[in-house]
Design a protein around this ligand. Structure first.
Ligand SMILES: O=C(O)CCC(=O)C(=O)O
Ligand SMILES: [Fe+2]
Length: 975
């Protein structure tokens, strides 16, 4: 085997591209068939952005042309993800459809019938929604337009899913060679025909036709910016696909067009949540691009020292290689081109259209790191290496009537003193002493001043049995409280631990060397192999990291519950031994206990968590959130939230890129995040797709895997049956008055999701007003869940039944147990079976759960099957169905028997041939039944390997008939 020294490989700086989607006459022209008129400045914003972006990376304009009808939001393989009204929460749907309903009524009056529609965003919901009362628009962001669903005067009978036609329907849009597919004039005028690329697609997603990835690869693009139309259709499908390809994606918020604000918002929400997309405004992006160019010019004028290489390392070859290709430079002012691999390493690899995106910037440290950190693009470029930096901005005073758990009253730090050399010196800016011991804790938390057993900070104890204070158990709010900060003893520990302090709002710190040697040794591997990781899936894709939730289980079986907007949460398991040891150290540093941990495994640099604020509905006020990092170093990016419209600066301050602080999180460190920072800043762990030559050894350590443990002190609890809820974030603050949990997409769930949204975008957040009443919502998802077993026959049996009965489901996967030491599946985890049985969780209020394929079949048949709404089957019919269902197992057993013996197997096949030969259409009678769902997957599996089907012609016919059936096509695709 040839060993490759990764560090001697040529080093190429990767770049970004702008995708401009579907800006064609059918959508943009004054006579557009499906006009996209929101936001009103859409085209103006894009036109302004194009020349600015061009200087930094390729622009690829892509239009759509109809080829064949494309499925969307279906489970099968080539279906694409888009957002239609069906994906909206019920209230948003009412909002989104309000004016459409009026329109529809008009249309009905005109035509005397309903518009034809199949599988459109219009079909299922419009008919049932009345013009409800005007909903309050929760969105308080100044720059966003009002709900602009007003399509008065336009033909809205066309669905937005313009590449999908129902049988019998005529395609009206994006027809090949029609003027509607021409790029809009304004876009052509703003294009640079020599530099920009133009392409076309026949799917919603620009990636599905296959050539885009190659184009991007050839240009070393790893970051994609997307603009165009519609946010919820092509932009959404493209970004979802881009995420699957591993690109870092940013949506230019005011450069994506839509027809419905509700669908636009939902698409952006999902893109952030599921695809890790970031949002940026065109003004911010232009600011960043300019800053980047300025940096490049400065760099060109003052070449930086080359990254140290090992003495005998091979020379960097890519510059020579690229220089020898006769490619055009985009001619960026100030850029230099060097083909000398031994000189200072700035060089331009001038690929066609790539522009500055390929500038090789190989410096160890930027002389102007401050600047880089301010630019959004610069952030992605810059490597914060040995010099990490603590930046703060002046703490804004929080309005009196605002609940700010853990707010700071400290004097605003002077930004001028928060410079590169901060680091441990910043300790002097810590408050002189902790207020924690003195503070009146919220209801349910007892402060014990004198802990005899252990030295260290005083201990807060959350008691699930707590009696409420007069305001219902919550801390007296909205008094702005002192930050819960480290005690003096703690600070001393911290100072010897070389961390970073006073970050963001001054209440957030990084502690290095959290665990002592003895505990630290081998902890990554121990934890990795100890906890039972779960893959979570959302929208057909996996959440980009593995997760597990652990917590303190009370003697009565009660558990803390942390709610945030997600379709599903893994079940809470008791703290495992290694986690308990880490928790003890964390509590020491925090000065208060924690009772809940979300453990996440970022398997490599492509795993990430998108930008968010932690939701404080269930987090006890005046506490910290602790993120412990083990394994490979990653960077946490804090980005200040947009200014709130009540913020006095908002009308006077010019739009500028939002402040960002990048904090490296080394192995064995802990980020102690204060709730004021959480309120005013978003945080994320972005994808890190830099080539390994660019990464630091600590970023490459542990096979690039990182485990984070997010500890919180939770004040909301569930009883052991997970049926009753009480405490801080629930309606009842007292256990004695615990109320029944609410599941499904209810009005209360929607209010809770809206409240979460408010917390995510408000930099001044009124906890009491938003969360004070409490929510009893537990599971929000209304679709049923299917956890596949990996046994293809069992899984197919269930899926066919679901598809036949028209039950919507989303698939989850329970990750198999694995042994990270050997990289194979676990042999030494006997308590976890190798194959989990297939599990179905229904969408009913009690989330009825059935395990095992045949059990699920019986359940589905009983609850959703034809017997439930038609006349009951006769006992003899049922007897036949159930018996044959059972007997399909015998066939499977014989087929799988080791050693395989032909005779009994043949005999069994002949028996089934007998059933198939009977007049009836299906195996147990004239209609499809459980016997078919159970048998057909077995026959399909046999057909894959067994060739001798002589004498069983009826069985063969039976198989091909079932293979053509809708339910099978839905699950397996067409033959
Ligand atoms: O992995 C991390 O350190 C961040 C996790 C996080 O922010 C969260 O789970 O809310
Ligand atoms: Fe977080």
């Amino acid at each position: 085997m040839i060993e490759i020294d990764e560090h001697s490989l040529p080093f190429v700086r990767t770049g970004q591209a702008l995708l401009v989607l579907d800006l064609q006459n059918d959508f943009i022209d004054s006579g557009a068939v499906l006009p996209v008129r929101s936001p009103p400045d859409l085209i103006a914003n894009i036109v302004k952005l194009l020349p600015e972006f061009r200087a930094c990376g390729p622009i690829i304009s892509i239009r759509s042309i109809f080829e064949t009808s494309r499925p969307f939001n279906e489970p099968q393989g080539d279906s694409e993800s888009v957002v239609t009204d069906n994906e909206l929460a019920p209230n948003a749907r009412v909002l989104g459809l309000k004016s459409r309903t009026t329109l529809l009524k008009k249309l009905m009056e005109q035509t005397g019938k309903m518009p034809q529609s199949s599988n459109t965003d219009f079909s299922t919901t419009t008919l049932v929604v009345d013009d409800g009362p005007e909903q309050e628009d929760n969105d308080d962001e100044e720059e966003e337009e009002d709900d602009d669903d007003d399509l008065e005067g336009e033909d809205d009978s066309l669905p937005e899913t313009f590449l999908t036609v129902a049988p019998g329907q005529r395609q009206k849009l994006v027809l090949p060679a029609s003027p509607g597919t021409n790029f809009a004039e304004s876009i052509v005028a703003a294009a640079d025909i020599k530099k920009d690329l133009f392409s076309q697609k026949t799917y919603y997603s620009a990636f599905k036709d296959g050539s885009l990835v190659q184009t991007l690869r050839a240009k070393f693009v790893t970051e994609i910016y997307i603009c165009g139309a519609l946010t919820n259709i092509s932009v959404f499908a493209t970004a979802m696909d881009a995420a699957r390809h591993g690109y870092a994606i940013t949506i230019v918020e005011d450069c994506v067009g839509y027809r419905s604000k509700a669908r636009h918002d939902e698409a952006l929400r999902r893109l952030q949540e599921f695809a890790g997309c970031e949002l940026i405004t065109s003004t911010e992006l232009i600011g960043s691009l300019r800053e980047k160019l300025r940096m490049q010019r400065a760099t060109a004028r003052h070449p930086r020292p080359q990254r140290p290489r090992e003495k005998n390392a091979a020379p960097v070859g890519i510059e020579n290689l690229m220089a020898s290709l006769s490619l055009r430079s985009a001619g960026i002012p100030g850029s230099t081109s060097k083909s000398n691999s031994t000189g200072p390493s700035q060089s331009v690899a001038g690929a066609e259209n790539a522009g500055a995106a390929l500038i090789v910037d190989d410096a160890v440290e930027s002389p102007d790191i401050e600047l880089l950190m301010k630019t959004d693009i610069g952030k992605k470029r810059e490597r914060v290496q040995s010099k990490v930096k603590s930046r703060r901005r002046p703490s804004k005073s929080v309005p009196k009537d605002t609940t700010v758990p853990g707010d700071s009253k400290k004097a605003p730090p002077n930004p001028a003193t928060a410079n590169l050399s901060t680091g441990p010196q910043a300790l002097e800016k810590l408050p002189a002493s902790s207020e924690v011991e003195k503070k009146q804790a919220p209801g349910g938390i007892r402060t014990s001043e004198h802990r005899q057993d252990k030295p260290g900070p005083s201990r807060l104890v959350v008691d699930p049995e707590f009696k409420p204070t007069e305001n219902g158990g919550i801390a007296k709010e909205p008094k702005a409280a002192e930050p819960l900060s480290a005690s003096k003893a703690e600070m001393e520990t911290a100072s010897t631990n070389d961390g970073l302090f006073d970050l963001c709002e001054g209440d957030t710190s990084i502690f290095h060397n959290l665990l002592e040697d003895e505990l630290e040794k081998g902890i990554f591997e121990r934890l990795r192999d100890e906890v039972r990781w779960q893959k979570m899936s959302h929208q057909g894709g996996d959440v980009p990291r593995l997760v597990v939730v652990q917590g303190e289980v009370g003697q009565d079986g009660s558990i803390p519950i942390y709610r945030h907007p997600a379709d599903e949460s893994p079940p809470l398991l008791p703290f495992s031994p290694t986690v308990l040891l880490i928790r003890a150290q964390v509590e020491k540093k925090l000065g208060h206990p924690v009772n809940h941990v979300l453990i996440q495994f970022y398997r490599d640099g492509t795993d990430y968590i998108s930008e968010h604020s932690d939701k404080t509905l269930d987090i006890v006020p005046n506490t910290f959130i602790a993120n412990v990092s083990l394994g490979a170093q990653r960077t946490m990016v804090f980005r200040a939230k947009k200014a709130h419209k009540t913020d006095e600066t908002v009308n006077t301050a010019p739009a500028k890129p939002r402040e960002a602080v990048r904090v490296p999180l080394p192995h064995n460190s802990m980020c102690r995040m204060g709730l004021v920072t959480n309120m005013r800043w978003l945080h994320s762990i972005r994808q890190d797709k830099r080539p390994i030559q660019e990464k630091l050894p600590e970023e490459l350590a542990y096979g690039c895997g990182r485990i984070s443990l997010t500890f919180r002190l939770i004040g909301t609890f569930l009883d052991k049956h997970q049926q009753k809820i009480w405490g801080q974030g629930a309606v009842s603050k007292m256990k004695e008055r615990a109320r029944t949990v609410v599941n499904g997409k209810t009005e209360e769930a929607e209010r809770m999701v809206n409240a979460f949204g408010t917390e995510n975008h408000s930099s001044v957040f009124d906890w009491k007003a938003t969360y004070g009443e409490g929510f009893d919502v537990l599971h929000m998802s209304s679709s049923s869940k299917l956890f596949l077993s990996g046994d293809s026959i069992a899984d197919l049996r269930v899926k066919l039944t679901l598809a036949e009965y028209g039950i919507a489901w989303t698939e989850g996967k329970v990750s198999p147990s694995f042994n990270w030491k050997s990289g194979s599946s676990a042999k030494d985890a006997p308590e976890i079976p190798e194959v989990f049985p297939v599990k179905f969780i229904d969408s009913d209020l009690s989330k009825s759960t059935v395990v095992g394929d045949l059990a699920i079949l019986l359940y589905l048949d009983a609850v959703y099957g034809p017997m439930t709404n038609k006349k009951a089957k006769s006992p003899s019919e049922l007897a036949k169905q159930y018996t044959l269902m059972h007997q399909s197992g015998d066939l499977l057993k014989l087929w799988k028997s080791e050693p395989f013996s032909v005779k009994p197997f043949r005999r069994e096949l002949d028996m089934w041939e007998g059933f198939a030969k009977q007049e009836s259409a299906f195996i147990a009678g004239s209609s499809i039944s459980l016997a078919d769902f159970a048998l057909f997957p077995v026959l399909l599996a046999i057909q894959k390997e067994w060739d001798d089907w002589t004498g069983v012609d009826n069985l063969v016919d039976y198989c091909s008939k079932l293979r053509q059936r809708d339910c099978t096509v839905k699950v397996l695709g067409p033959t």
